[in-house]
Design a protein around this ligand. Structure first.
Ligand code: DXP
Length: 260
């Protein structure tokens, strides 16, 4: 395959798999799984993970260094625009002025579904403040378009509920979003196993972001590797173009030049 990189806000990444940094048993496992995933972008919940907020505690950056990875601060645990904006301002400060962030404003603790009115409100303010906003959103194409028009640098519809591992519940909506969107579309949340990641990429997503499927696998390091391959296989299949489906049996061997 020729060079096929993911470009977000003008920066090129070789991996189309983005991973979370939560839910691992310890930092050693975080490091091993992150390395096995081959991901370049690692997202960090600023409210939950230490990247310098507590200078006396171990930092994620000790095992996932900024010299190797793009650390993507996210607003996990925020339920309104004000909290999300404040959290990302803190993230920008902790990461030396980095503007690339992941916005997620959640609706409730039961579903962790995006609160779209608050997401739209926060995105508008953050973009005006110079942030490059990758935005977790519902798979509603109308609201996804609003976020793109506002200037978000990546649209990140959920495949299914965060942490559910249910896979892609509505490929049709994802396809509508992919078709209309000029910035990268990255499925975020709900991926359960490598075939889910491959399907997202076959649909034409530009990338996949996940956490639980890797961290909660029996062997997180092996699953991280499987996810890397799933994303690569799905991307290659998307670029190759699948054959048309036919409701008929069609022989694989040639029909001409028969011996008998
Ligand atoms: C890590 C992150 O940013 C979240 O949006 C979320 O945790 C990803 O979802 P899964 O845990 O379902 O992969």
């Amino acid at each position: 395959m020729t060079q096929d990189s993911l470009i977000i806000a003008g920066k090129t990444y070789s991996s189309r798999l983005l991973v979370g940094s939560g839910k691992y048993v310890d930092l050693a496992q975080t490091k091993a799984a992150t390395e096995a995933s081959g991901a370049d972008i690692i997202t960090v919940a600023i409210r939950r993970v230490n990247i310098g907020q507590d200078p006396n505690a171990p930092s994620l950056l000790d095992v996932v260094p900024q010299s190797r990875y793009t650390i993507l601060p996210n607003t996990a645990g925020c339920y309104n625009a004000d909290d999300a904006i404040y959290t990302l301002q803190l993230g920008r400060e902790l990461l030396g002025g980095q503007n690339l962030v992941k916005l997620e404003v959640l609706g409730d603790e039961k579903t962790l579904f995006p609160n779209m009115p608050e997401t739209l409100k926060a995105a508008e303010i953050l973009v005006k403040d110079g942030f490059e906003v990758m935005v977790y959103c519902s798979d509603d194409p109308i609201q996804a378009k609003m976020l793109e028009d506002m200037g978000c640098v990546a649209i990140m519809p959920l495949a299914s509920l965060i942490g559910s591992g249910m896979g892609i519940l509505n490929p049709w909506n994802l396809s509508l979003i992919i078709e209309q969107t000029q910035v990268p579309v990255i499925v975020d949340a709900g991926v359960g196993t490598a075939s889910d990641a491959a399907i997202a990429m076959e649909l034409g997503c530009d990338g996949v972001l996940m956490n639980s499927a890797i961290a909660h696998a029996r062997d997180p390091v092996l699953m991280a590797q499987a996810m890397k391959w799933g994303v690569q296989a799905g991307r290659a299949a998307h670029l190759a173009g699948r054959m048309n489906k036919k409701f008929a049996g069609i022989a694989s061997s040639p029909l001409t030049g028969l011996v008998v």
